[in-house]
Ligand binder design. Structure first.
Ligand SMILES: Cc1cc2nc3c(=O)[nH]c(=O)nc-3n(C[C@H](O)[C@H](O)[C@H](O)COP(=O)(O)OP(=O)(O)OC[C@H]3O[C@@H](n4cnc5c(N)ncnc54)[C@H](O)[C@@H]3O)c2cc1C
Length: 393
């Protein structure tokens, strides 16, 4: 079967264009009134935009239909994420929550009670949730690094440990915490638990980072969690998390393509009107070449992203292709935004322009959801097999 990404079906093209119009006509004007050093959209502005997005039928488009979402596939998801990212506060989430809030995807494998208590209300009420995997001992290799433990005690588990870089834990309603239920079983000893924010014993401290949306450090001191909050079975936590890696990585890739393309649009307008030394910037090859390079990089990044997403929708193992797309698109996106900032000169550095937000967001994107080096390692391991791990094949 040939790759279906070159010619989008009419209904998807229409949806993509309508979402793009919504971002340009609804989100961008609201952001224009927000002070440049704000950390995101003001709550009342966000609520108004969410109501409009819901009315327009753009609500939680990737969540399963049976839980109140749009049920879109991975390919449709990346096509839309690219457009949803074309506004200032689009990191870490394209749309900044305007298009709804999805529960951590592992919960789609949760019990009927967990679906009723957490999944449906999250989609309905735009609750936010955190995912706590990384620890101070390391995030690249969580299967080895996780030290947090969950010990069964009658009808509850007691969680003790220390999570690092847990985004959104300071504002979330609840989160998924990964902890060991068997210290000797490696990745098979890891389980996932739903933990309500504010549970006694949890201490959350914001950690400022270079992007607008800070992260947090969370300490668990004998935090009591009902046994029914275990997601799946003991030992399944890591496997459940792995199942959703493809979507997460491809969303970052699509977001990078979207902001890179928007930064080029802004720089093109500038180059066609800005004069130096008696001629338009558009006439200088030193300006033309980065524009041409950007176009090539964006086309390549989009192709890799769409191809991986399409493979995933066919039910094939798309993990390596998702790694390729994530590392290429986030690195290319970072280079493109940087080059467009250079064309804009001083204006490119201002908070009036969205480029400096995207530049910082893309810098972080090269580390989160698996650093570039880990993605490259995964690609090389796919090529080399056991030899990549120093073992005979
Ligand atoms: C803003 C932000 C938000 C985040 N949000 C979350 C969140 O919500 N939930 C969560 O669980 N985590 C989150 N993270 C954590 C993120 O996933 C980790 O930072 C990332 O996985 C890297 O882990 P680490 O920082 O511990 O770096 P380490 O694992 O210590 O690695 C450090 C660096 O070493 C290099 N490296 C590591 N291993 C190899 C290798 N085998 N070969 C070559 N180079 C290597 C990489 O360059 C890597 O960046 C967030 C991080 C940031 C910065």
């Amino acid at each position: 079967m040939t790759f279906a990404g070159f010619d989008l079906p009419d209904d998807l093209r229409l949806l993509r264009d309508t979402v793009a119009d919504f971002v340009r006509e609804e989100i961008v004007p609201v952001e224009a009134g927000v002070p440049g050093d704000a950390r995101g959209l003001p709550v009342d502005g966000l609520r108004t935009l969410q109501a409009k997005a819901r009315d327009a039928g753009f609500w939680c488009l990737e969540a399963p239909e049976e839980y109140g979402g749009g049920g879109l596939g991975v390919f449709e998801g990346v096509v839309l994420a690219e457009q949803m990212a074309k506004h200032r506060y689009s990191f870490p989430r394209p749309g900044a929550g305007v298009f709804g809030s999805e529960p951590p995807n592992v919960l789609y494998k949760g019990s009927p009670r967990q679906i009723e208590k957490y999944v449906r209300p999250t989609i309905e009420n735009a609750w936010t949730a955190f995912s706590a995997i990384s620890e101070p001992t390391g995030g690249s290799d969580p299967a080895r690094a996780i030290r947090s433990v969950a010990t069964r005690d009658g009808d509850v588990y007691r969680i003790n440990g220390h999570k690092m870089w847990t985004s959104g834990a300071d504002t979330a309603r609840y989160g998924i915490v990964y902890a060991r239920t068997d210290r000797d079983a490696g990745r098979r000893g890891m389980s996932a638990f739903i933990v309500d924010s504010g549970t006694p014993g949890m201490t959350i401290t914001p950690v400022p980072v270079l992007r607008d949306h800070w992260t947090t450090e969370v300490v668990f001191d004998d935090v009591e969690v009902p046994a029914e909050n275990l997601v799946g079975e003991e030992g399944q936590g890591f496997g459940l998390a792995q199942e959703w890696l493809v979507r997460g990585r491809l969303r970052y890739a699509a977001q990078a393509v979207g902001v890179a393309e928007e930064s080029v649009r802004i720089a093109l307008e500038w180059a066609k009107t800005r004069e130096t030394f008696g001629a338009l910037l558009a006439t200088r090859q030193a300006v033309q070449f980065p524009l041409a390079d950007a176009r090539m990089q964006i086309a390549a990044a989009r192709h890799l992203t769409w191809e991986a997403a399409w493979e995933a929708d066919q039910g094939r193992d798309a993990r390596t292709k998702a790694s390729i797309a994530k590392v290429y698109a986030t690195e290319a996106g970072y280079q493109v935004v940087d080059a467009m900032m250079q064309i804009l000169g001083g204006m490119g550095m201002t908070k009036e322009m969205p480029l400096e937000h995207w530049f910082r967001g893309l810098r972080v994107a090269r580390v989160v959801e698996g650093p570039s080096e880990i993605q490259r390692f995964l690609v090389a391991r796919d090529m080399l097999g056991a030899a990549a791990l120093g073992r005979a094949s």
